[in-house]
Write a new protein. Structure first.
Length: 45
């Protein structure tokens, strides 16, 4: 496995976790994927 495979596997795992949380918790518990990406992209710079 190379680095790109690891990244794809990590995103797939995060999507599964998000799906499980969205199915069991009330609506609005998680921020949108876009909001998370915006937050963390600012943290890197």
């Amino acid at each position: 496995m190379d680095g790109q495979d690891n990244i794809c596997n990590a995103w797939a795992a995060l999507k599964l976790v998000r799906m499980a949380i969205e199915q069991t918790c009330p609506a609005g518990v998680l921020p949108s994927e876009e909001a998370v990406l915006l937050l963390w992209s600012r943290a890197d710079s």
